[in-house]
Design a protein around this ligand. Structure first.
Ligand code: SF4
Ligand code: SF4
Length: 332
């Protein structure tokens, strides 16, 4: 099916153009399923690597029945993304889930570290994802192993997987995006990263700023607005034309006292994990019972006290949580 239903379109237009209040009048337009806690890598900036991480006790992967139950609450959603506090391509039921949800008009996308692209290429192509986002994060196998883990062949396998996907897909479906966390150490290599990404023939390259997960006053490794070299080079690089579409990192303003804008995903996006726990937000906050549980609260979770309070703070141009102060979503 390719056309969205009237209720999906109406829901989208309220989400896009409707007045924003703490109680959100539209349903989420986008659902993200956190389908697994298991991963093939151990990236050093991952939420899982922090001592306080809730994701160390690995739970069973999301089943087809759990995914179906979650999506039944949100018939107006038009985009399903598959992610994890781990690698979604490890999940046994993954392609059963996508096949079920292709029955309703819905765009589907997946966020993967790419380590299993080669193994599951036929299933991936058959699933007809609209988008595949591959986090690459390195330019060579030595650095890859140091920052992301895996073995000496992992990086090459990720590249071969991307190459095979490009060769075997139909036209530009799925649309392939590559992701790099552009730490301050890597910053000067951005032109090389762009060249590397262009050679893969992917469509888009996302260069992300680092998200701190523990100390939000520590700007080590983060690209900040007071860094003159970063500001000057970014403005020079942005003027150049590239063969690949580049999404540049948003610089963080140190000591930001109020959000420059509302955090839009709070009005259109919901993430749900294996146990029905919802994500506090689409970036820094993972899933937790304290943010609301879909299986226990039902759809009211979308407008529960946690979400209403968080939205209200943004509408008042105030921060409720420290993690928002360094988030790209609300930087000037
Ligand atoms: S691939 Fe993703 S989930 Fe796995 S360790 Fe890296 S950042 Fe964490
Ligand atoms: S601004 Fe805050 S609530 Fe919004 S995505 Fe960023 S960290 Fe999450």
């Amino acid at each position: 099916m390719s056309f969205f239903s009237l209720q999906q379109l109406k829901n989208y237009s309220v989400a896009r153009w409707g007045t924003k209040s703490d109680v959100c009048k539209n349903d989420p337009t986008q659902i993200c399923l956190y389908v697994t806690d298991r991963c093939t890598l151990s990236c050093k900036w991952c939420l899982k690597q922090f001592e306080s991480s809730k994701y160390l006790n690995q739970r069973s992967d999301m089943s087809f029945e759990q995914a179906k139950k979650i999506l039944q609450y949100f018939p107006k959603a038009a985009h399903l993304s598959l992610a994890g506090f781990g690698e979604p391509l490890l999940v046994e039921d993954l392609f059963k889930i996508t096949a079920e949800f292709k029955k309703r008009p819905m765009k589907t996308s997946i966020i993967t570290n790419g380590t299993l692209l080669l193994d599951r290429i036929d299933d991936i192509l058959h699933a007809e994802f609209n988008g595949i986002f591959v986090s690459v994060n390195s330019l060579d196998s030595i650095n890859y192993k140091l920052t992301c883990g895996g073995n000496e062949n992992t990086f090459d396998n990720v590249l071969k997987g991307i190459q095979l996907l490009v060769e075997k897909r139909r036209s530009t479906k799925p649309y392939i995006s590559l992701g790099f966390v552009l730490t301050r150490d890597l910053f000067n290599r951005a032109p090389e990263i762009i060249k590397f990404a262009e050679e893969t023939k992917a469509e888009c390259l996302y260069l992300h700023n680092l998200i701190p997960h523990d100390n939000y006053n520590d700007y080590t490794g983060i690209l900040t607005t007071d860094d003159e070299e970063v500001v000057a080079k970014l403005s020079e690089w942005k003027r150049k034309k590239n063969k690949i579409q580049v999404s540049w990192p948003k610089l963080v303003q140190k000591g930001l006292e109020k959000p420059a804008r509302i955090c839009k995903p709070l009005w259109n996006w919901i993430g749900v994990d294996i146990e029905g726990n919802t994500a506090g937000c689409s970036r820094a906050m993972g899933t937790s019972k304290e943010y609301g549980n879909l299986f226990q609260e039902g759809k009211i979770v979308w407008n529960n006290e946690f979400r209403k309070k968080l939205r209200m703070f943004f509408l008042r141009k105030e921060f409720l949580f420290d993690c928002c102060k360094t988030c790209a979503e609300v930087q000037p």
